[in-house]
Write a new protein. Structure first.
Length: 315
C-alpha cells in the first residue's frame, strides 16, 4: 500500500514563531515630513531683531564721535571709528568719576541681590514648609505687593528714610532693594517641590535644629531658585533710576544710571555750560555699563538647573 504525500503548500506570507504561532510583520507608519512654518519663522526673526537691534545700535554708536552720531547711518560704522578713544575719554572724564559710579552700582547691586535672595529664601521656605496661623493671608498680601509699582513707593520710602537720617547714604539704595515680593513668591513655589518633607523629617529625627536644617540642607536644594532671585534683583537694582535720583544728592554716590543722566543733561541742556560732545560719552558709558550684567548672566547660567533633590530620598 503506497502512501501519497500531500502537495507542498506555498509558504505563507506570515512567519511562524518557535511555538508555531503565526507572526505577522508590522511596519512602522511613516512619519509625515515636518513642514516649516514660514509665518512663524518670520515672527521669530522679527522678535529677535526687536531685542537685538537696540544692542547692535549701541555697539555701533559707541564707535562714533558726536558729529558722526548725527551725520552717519545709525546701524553702520562711520568712516573713522574711535571706540578705544571713546572708552578712554569716558573712563578719564572728570577725574574718572564714571569708574566711581560703576563701583557704586556694583556695591549697591551685589549687596541688594545677595540680601534679597537670602531673605526671600528664608521667607519662601517658611511659607512652604511650616503651617502657622495666617499663612495664606500673609502670602496673599505678598502677592498683592507684587502688583504695586516700585515708583509709587519711592516718595513714602524717601519720607521714612528722611526721618531716620538715611537719605544721601548707600543704605537708602540697599535697604529698599532687600524687599523682593516676587522673589519671595518664586522661592515659596520652588521650595514646595525642591525640598522634600521626608528629608526634613529625617534631619529632625537625627537631632538637627531648624536653623541648621535650613542652612545645610534647604539652601543647597534652593540654589537654582536663589540664583534666579539674585539675577532678577541684580538687574533691577543695576537699572534702578528713580529711587537713587530722589535719595542721593552727592554726585560721588550716584550709580551709573543717575550719573549718565547727569551727563546727558549737560549735553542737551541748552544753557551756557552745555557740551554736545558729552553725547558720545553717554553712549559709550551705556555700553560699558551693560557689560557686567552680560558677564553675570554668562557666569551664573550654569547654575540654572532643577531637580537637585531627585534621588535624595526614596519615596
Amino acid at each position: 500500500m503506497t502512501t501519497t504525500t500531500p502537495p507542498a503548500t506555498p509558504r505563507a506570507a506570515t512567519n511562524t514563531t518557535a511555538t508555531g504561532a503565526p507572526r505577522t510583520a508590522h511596519r512602522r507608519p511613516r512619519r509625515p515630513a515636518r513642514r516649516r512654518s514660514t509665518p512663524l519663522t518670520i515672527v521669530m526673526l522679527a522678535v529677535l531683531a526687536y531685542f537685538l537691534l537696540p544692542l547692535f545700535w549701541l555697539l555701533i554708536a559707541s564707535t562714533k564721535s558726536t558729529q558722526d552720531l548725527f551725520t552717519s547711518f545709525g546701524l553702520w560704522l562711520s568712516r573713522s571709528p574711535q571706540l578705544l578713544e571713546n572708552i578712554q575719554e569716558t573712563l578719564t572724564h572728570d577725574d574718572g568719576v564714571f569708574l566711581h559710579w560703576l563701583l557704586n552700582t556694583v556695591l549697591y547691586s551685589v549687596g541688594s541681590a545677595l540680601g534679597a535672595a537670602l531673605l526671600a529664601a528664608a521667607a519662601g521656605y517658611g511659607f512652604a514648609k511650616y503651617r502657622f496661623w495666617g499663612n495664606n493671608a500673609a502670602f496673599a498680601m505678598v502677592l498683592g505687593a507684587i502688583m504695586v509699582p516700585t515708583t509709587a513707593l519711592a516718595i513714602p520710602t524717601y519720607l521714612l528714610f528722611a526721618k531716620v537720617d538715611l537719605v544721601n547714604t548707600p543704605w537708602a539704595i540697599v535697604l529698599p532693594s532687600l524687599v523682593s515680593p516676587f522673589g519671595l513668591y518664586l522661592m515659596r513655589i520652588y521650595a514646595q517641590d525642591a525640598v522634600p518633607d521626608s528629608l526634613l523629617e529625617a534631619a529632625r529625627i537625627d537631632g538637627a535644629g531648624e536653623l541648621r536644617i535650613f542652612v545645610t540642607i534647604a539652601l543647597r536644594l534652593l540654589a537654582p531658585g536663589l540664583v534666579t532671585v539674585v539675577l532678577f534683583t541684580l538687574v533691577a537694582t543695576w537699572n534702578n533710576y528713580f529711587l537713587p535720583l530722589i535719595m542721593l544728592n552727592d554726585p560721588r554716590l550716584y550709580p551709573v544710571t543717575v550719573g549718565l543722566s547727569s551727563w546727558a543733561s549737560q549735553a542737551v541742556g541748552g544753557g551756557a555750560g552745555a557740551d554736545s560732545n558729552m553725547l558720545a560719552l553717554v553712549v559709550t558709558g551705556s555700553l560699558i555699563s551693560i557689560i557686567p550684567l552680560v558677564v553675570a548672566f554668562l557666569l551664573l547660567q550654569r547654575y540654572w538647573q532643577s531637580g537637585l533633590a531627585t534621588g535624595g530620598v526614596k519615596q
